[in-house]
Design a protein around this ligand. Structure first.
Ligand code: NAP
Length: 267
């Protein structure tokens, strides 16, 4: 599972370049790595991306919803026209939800157990007033991730939530220069993926206060989801099959070939 690290010197060089050049350089450093440039905030671009992925990557097993932007604009200071705010919502929430929906059947047909990784934030658990819309979108992504993991629990598909604290990246602008070292953080994420953890926290998001909030909400989710049963991927009932037929939603790919393998959870 662990991928070879891009050497630190090369990583720092690539970070100074615009996205497309960084991808080109990464592909040069890792022969066999292919990339497709796409705008996750655009529904049309997402549809093209999903179609291209289905056509050119028949053995896709991993989807990482990582793209993000953060507008540090408190609500009382907001002056931007709606499109700027809509772009933030589309990048952080509509994009990953739409892409997951379009690729889930493709993932569920694979022989290797698939993996979906959603990157949220400590701001998903405690509202942050300085980037309020960002924090609200991350809270929604956390909620979606819980529901997705639940819906896939009869399949072999793992759903992992990565919950970064402040990490020293370009997200809030290079000037800030704050947050955890990115190499140390990434090592922790890959170790968590190898350990089959389904929530990977670090630093402040692994602290007692946020963990207590997370564990309490998760226990309540487990309790309530037992009470309100919903259809699950890989466990298609006759009633659901009939419903999908009428809605023209039936897809033979939706039923996992590993429907008998319950997902393991270590957290
Ligand atoms: N850094 C932190 O403190 C922190 C804390 C909590 C959570 N996170 C989350 O971690 C994830 C990664 O962020 P990061 O810290 O690595 O920030 P980053 O250095 O700014 O990277 C963000 C990435 O998202 C891509 N992106 C932005 N808008 C996009 C769009 N419309 N379509 C496609 N790609 C787009 C960017 O591509 P280009 O380079 O091509 O623009 C870039 O690769 C995000 O989801 C973020 O919310 C970060």
């Amino acid at each position: 599972m662990r991928q070879p690290h891009v050497p630190r010197r090369s990583f720092e060089q690539t970070c100074a370049q615009p996205g497309f050049q960084r991808l080109e350089q990464a592909a040069r450093l890792h022969p066999g790595l292919r990339f497709i440039e796409s705008d996750i905030a655009s529904p049309e671009a997402r549809e093209r991306l999903a179609a291209q992925v289905r056509d050119t990557l028949p053995r896709l097993t991993v989807l990482v919803n990582n793209a993000g932007i953060q507008r540090r604009v408190p609500l009382a200071s907001e002056t931007a026209d709606w499109p700027a705010r809509q772009t933030e919502i589309d990048t952080l929430l509509s994009g990953p939800v739409h892409l997951t929906q379009m690729l889930i059947d493709h993932l569920l047909t694979q022989d290797t157990p698939p993996l979906i990784v959603n990157v949220t934030s400590g701001g998903a658990y405690v509202a942050q007033p300085f980037p309020p819309l960002y924090s609200a979108c991350k809270a929604a992504m956390h909620s979606y991730t819980m529901a997705l993991r639940h819906a896939l629990r009869m399949t072999a598909c793992r759903v992992v939530e990565v919950i970064p604290p402040a990490v020293n990246t370009q997200l809030s602008g290079t000037a800030l220069g704050h947050g955890a070292d990115i190499d140390i953080f990434c090592d922790t994420v890959f170790a968590g993926l190898c350990d089959s953890r389904d929530e990977i926290d670090f630093g402040a998001t692994a602290g007692d206060e946020i963990r207590t909030v997370r564990q309490g909400a998760r226990a309540l989710f487990d309790k309530l989801s037992e009470r309100f049963a919903v259809p699950l991927f890989g466990a298609q009932t006759e009633a659901l099959a009939a419903f999908r037929q009428t809605q023209a939603l039936t897809s033979p790919q939706r039923v996992s070939s590993r429907a008998d393998s319950p997902q393991s959870s270590s957290d």
